[in-house]
Write a protein that binds this ligand. Structure first.
Ligand SMILES: Nc1ncnc2c1ncn2[C@@H]1O[C@H](COP(=O)(O)OP(=O)(O)OP(=O)(O)O)[C@@H](O)[C@H]1O
Length: 311
């Protein structure tokens, strides 16, 4: 889009409508203000209904404004990367998508996030159900000091969907078979089954970092989520383990909507379908198809960031 400031009849009309000076350098030849042009850099057109729709999202930590009026729509069954310099609000944004910021006492969230058209910030939203539908994987793998099997089946047991204890057997309920099926399915989905099928009773802390992270992904998959949020899932891993996580993310997109924060721009370019660039001040500056954002960014600030001029 041209950023020329040449004054034309059209631009005079448009500027008059917008109440701006047509000769002003902040007005383009098409009569759009810089603000309007920037709005369009955040419009990502895709087919179908969005899985997540975020509108006018602001987050404050006390007096600090961490996210500034973010709006974006995230398509389903795809990978969306969130990139930007440290402190620009990527993790804050990710945590808003399943209301994890509710757990931070000083955090205040304004705006709207809809999952399949339903507002998740309604007062009567059931947070347990929400977080079953929108699972989360963190930067540091955090398996429990329990067996590999127990790590995977932990969620369904906690929610009462699985019971294999003595009391359950006495009461005529024994979900051992269901548990075995669930554990195998989740570990296969997380591309870990081949490596651990013979040692499900071993302590999960004995796995390598990359295996632990895939175990955490398996654990997140047991509640049958629609959306998987990942906060720098490979940043603590070596290149081989990172490649496995990236391959896994590539497979997950067939069934899940994946939103992933990464510091690594090459990784974002490799794994994502669309990329959102946040810059300092918690502003979403550009959002679009990953190829377009990396090869032909519309915003000069994004071009500078991607080409390493700052950040
Ligand atoms: N729990 C919190 N309490 C107070 N301020 C916070 C909290 N979490 C984040 N912030 C502040 O909000 C801003 C955005 O932080 P956030 O962690 O979302 O950024 P980020 O882009 O994910 O950074 P990084 O890439 O370094 O992880 C920062 O100024 C940070 O200091």
């Amino acid at each position: 889009m041209s950023k020329s400031t040449q004054t034309t009849d059209d631009s005079i009309d448009a500027a008059a409508d917008a109440g701006t000076d047509p000769a002003s350098p902040s007005t383009t030849a098409a009569g759009e203000t810089e603000e309007q042009v920037q709005e369009s850099w955040r419009d990502y057109a895709f087919e179908g209904e969005p899985k997540l729709s975020v509108s006018d999202l602001d987050v404050f930590y006390g007096d600090d404004h961490a996210l500034d009026g973010v709006s974006m729509e995230i398509p389903e069954n795809s990978v969306t990367a969130l990139i930007g310099p440290s402190g620009c609000g990527k993790s804050t944004f990710l945590r808003c998508l399943n209301r994890m910021n509710d757990r931070i006492r000083v955090a205040r969230v304004d705006g709207s996030v809809r999952l399949d058209g339903e507002e998740i910030y309604d007062d009567d939203t059931d947070l347990v159900s929400l977080r079953k539908r929108i699972g989360m994987v963190f930067q540091q793998p955090n398996p429990f000091p329990k067996s590999i099997r127990d790590n995977v089946s932990y969620g369904p047991r906690k929610h009462g969907d699985l019971d294999t204890g003595l009391l359950a057997r006495l009461l005529g309920r024994d979900d051992t078979e269901e548990e075995a099926e669930l554990v195998e399915r989740a570990l296969r989905q997380a591309a870990l089954w081949e490596e651990v099928s013979g040692r499900l009773d071993d302590n999960a802390l004995g796995l390598s970092g990359g295996q632990q992270q895939r175990l955490c992904i398996a654990r997140a998959l047991t509640t049958d989520p629609d959306v998987l949020l990942m906060d720098e899932p490979a940043s603590a891993l070596d290149p081989v383990a990172t490649a496995k996580i990236e391959d896994l993310i590539d497979d997950l997109r067939e069934q899940y909507t994946v939103v992933v924060v990464t510091h690594n721009m090459q990784q974002a370019a490799r794994i994502s379908d669309q990329t959102a660039v946040f810059l300092t001040g918690g502003e979403l500056v550009e959002y679009g198809a990953t190829d377009q954002v990396f090869e032909d960014p519309k915003s000069q600030r994004v071009e500078d960031y991607i080409s390493g001029k700052f950040g």
